[in-house]
Design a protein around this ligand. Sequence first.
Ligand code: CO
Length: 147
Amino acid sequence: MMKKMSLAVVGLAFSGAAMAQCSADIHATDQMTWDKPTINVPADCKEFTVKLHHDGKLPKATMGHGWVLTKTADMAGVSSAGMAAGAANNHVPQGDARVIAFIPLVSGGETHEVTFDTSKLEKGGEYSYFCPFPGHFAVMKGKLTFG
Ligand code: CO
Protein backbone atom coordinates (compact mmCIF):
# COMPACT_ATOMS: atom_id res chain seq x y z
CA MET A 1 0.00 0.00 0.00
CA MET A 2 2.71 2.49 1.02
CA LYS A 3 4.86 1.48 -1.94
CA LYS A 4 2.01 1.94 -4.36
CA MET A 5 1.23 5.39 -2.97
CA SER A 6 4.86 6.53 -3.15
CA LEU A 7 5.07 5.47 -6.78
CA ALA A 8 1.87 7.35 -7.57
CA VAL A 9 3.26 10.51 -6.00
CA VAL A 10 6.54 10.22 -7.90
CA GLY A 11 4.62 9.63 -11.12
CA LEU A 12 2.55 12.73 -10.52
CA ALA A 13 5.64 14.83 -9.87
CA PHE A 14 7.22 13.74 -13.16
CA SER A 15 4.10 14.03 -15.30
CA GLY A 16 2.98 17.41 -14.04
CA ALA A 17 5.89 19.40 -12.71
CA ALA A 18 3.85 22.60 -12.55
CA MET A 19 1.03 21.04 -10.56
CA ALA A 20 1.39 21.34 -6.81
CA GLN A 21 0.01 18.70 -4.48
CA CYS A 22 -2.75 20.65 -2.73
CA SER A 23 -3.87 17.92 -0.36
CA ALA A 24 -2.53 15.71 2.39
CA ASP A 25 -3.74 12.43 3.84
CA ILE A 26 -3.37 11.61 7.52
CA HIS A 27 -3.88 8.07 8.78
CA ALA A 28 -4.73 7.60 12.45
CA THR A 29 -4.89 4.43 14.55
CA ASP A 30 -6.54 2.93 17.64
CA GLN A 31 -3.15 3.34 19.37
CA MET A 32 -3.49 7.13 19.59
CA THR A 33 -1.05 7.81 16.75
CA TRP A 34 -1.09 9.26 13.28
CA ASP A 35 1.46 9.14 10.49
CA LYS A 36 1.98 12.82 9.64
CA PRO A 37 4.37 14.88 11.79
CA THR A 38 4.62 17.64 9.17
CA ILE A 39 2.58 19.03 6.28
CA ASN A 40 3.82 21.53 3.72
CA VAL A 41 1.28 23.58 1.81
CA PRO A 42 2.88 24.60 -1.50
CA ALA A 43 2.73 28.32 -2.27
CA ASP A 44 0.88 27.55 -5.55
CA CYS A 45 -2.16 26.14 -3.76
CA LYS A 46 -5.15 28.48 -3.52
CA GLU A 47 -6.96 25.92 -1.42
CA PHE A 48 -5.64 22.99 0.54
CA THR A 49 -7.45 19.80 1.56
CA VAL A 50 -6.61 17.62 4.54
CA LYS A 51 -8.16 14.14 4.70
CA LEU A 52 -8.19 12.40 8.04
CA HIS A 53 -8.55 8.62 7.83
CA HIS A 54 -9.21 6.74 11.07
CA ASP A 55 -7.84 3.32 10.21
CA GLY A 56 -8.80 1.82 13.59
CA LYS A 57 -12.03 0.20 14.78
CA LEU A 58 -12.85 2.05 18.00
CA PRO A 59 -15.77 4.51 18.17
CA LYS A 60 -15.16 8.23 18.55
CA ALA A 61 -16.51 8.19 22.10
CA THR A 62 -13.41 6.28 23.23
CA MET A 63 -10.79 6.80 20.48
CA GLY A 64 -12.03 9.64 18.30
CA HIS A 65 -9.62 11.62 16.20
CA GLY A 66 -10.01 15.10 14.81
CA TRP A 67 -7.75 17.71 13.30
CA VAL A 68 -7.41 21.34 14.34
CA LEU A 69 -5.10 23.88 12.67
CA THR A 70 -3.91 26.99 14.51
CA LYS A 71 -0.91 29.24 14.69
CA THR A 72 1.65 27.41 16.84
CA ALA A 73 1.39 30.17 19.44
CA ASP A 74 -2.39 29.56 19.71
CA MET A 75 -2.32 25.77 19.92
CA ALA A 76 -2.26 25.29 23.71
CA GLY A 77 -4.95 27.92 24.26
CA VAL A 78 -7.23 26.45 21.61
CA SER A 79 -6.74 22.97 23.05
CA SER A 80 -7.80 24.20 26.51
CA ALA A 81 -10.81 26.03 25.06
CA GLY A 82 -11.69 22.84 23.19
CA MET A 83 -11.80 20.86 26.43
CA ALA A 84 -14.24 23.41 27.80
CA ALA A 85 -16.34 23.21 24.60
CA GLY A 86 -16.91 19.50 25.26
CA ALA A 87 -17.68 16.43 23.21
CA ALA A 88 -20.86 17.92 21.72
CA ASN A 89 -18.59 20.41 19.93
CA ASN A 90 -15.94 17.83 19.00
CA HIS A 91 -13.68 19.49 21.59
CA VAL A 92 -13.23 22.44 19.24
CA PRO A 93 -14.13 25.94 20.50
CA GLN A 94 -16.98 27.23 18.31
CA GLY A 95 -16.58 30.54 16.50
CA ASP A 96 -12.99 30.89 17.72
CA ALA A 97 -10.96 33.00 15.26
CA ARG A 98 -7.78 31.18 16.32
CA VAL A 99 -9.08 28.01 14.63
CA ILE A 100 -7.92 28.22 11.01
CA ALA A 101 -9.52 24.93 9.95
CA PHE A 102 -10.74 21.75 11.63
CA ILE A 103 -12.09 18.28 11.03
CA PRO A 104 -14.72 16.99 13.51
CA LEU A 105 -14.04 13.80 15.44
CA VAL A 106 -14.23 10.58 13.44
CA SER A 107 -14.65 6.96 14.55
CA GLY A 108 -12.63 3.98 13.39
CA GLY A 109 -13.29 3.22 9.73
CA GLU A 110 -14.32 6.78 8.90
CA THR A 111 -12.68 9.46 6.77
CA HIS A 112 -13.48 13.15 6.94
CA GLU A 113 -11.87 16.05 5.11
CA VAL A 114 -11.65 19.82 5.24
CA THR A 115 -10.67 22.28 2.52
CA PHE A 116 -9.48 25.71 3.52
CA ASP A 117 -8.39 28.84 1.71
CA THR A 118 -4.62 29.33 1.89
CA SER A 119 -5.15 33.10 2.10
CA LYS A 120 -5.62 32.33 5.80
CA LEU A 121 -1.92 31.41 5.99
CA GLU A 122 1.12 33.68 5.92
CA LYS A 123 4.30 32.59 4.18
CA GLY A 124 6.89 31.76 6.81
CA GLY A 125 4.24 31.59 9.54
CA GLU A 126 4.42 28.92 12.21
CA TYR A 127 1.39 26.66 12.26
CA SER A 128 0.57 23.54 14.19
CA TYR A 129 -2.20 20.97 14.11
CA PHE A 130 -3.40 18.57 16.74
CA CYS A 131 -6.05 16.03 17.61
CA PRO A 132 -8.54 17.66 20.00
CA PHE A 133 -9.71 14.40 21.63
CA PRO A 134 -8.99 14.58 25.38
CA GLY A 135 -5.47 13.33 26.14
CA HIS A 136 -4.37 13.11 22.49
CA PHE A 137 -2.93 16.62 22.26
CA ALA A 138 0.43 15.56 23.73
CA VAL A 139 1.20 12.97 21.05
CA MET A 140 -1.07 13.62 18.07
CA LYS A 141 0.27 16.86 16.69
CA GLY A 142 2.37 18.24 13.87
CA LYS A 143 3.77 21.32 12.18
CA LEU A 144 2.36 22.92 9.06
CA THR A 145 4.33 25.22 6.80
CA PHE A 146 3.24 27.34 3.84
CA GLY A 147 5.34 28.16 0.83
CO1 CO B 1 -6.72 11.47 18.40
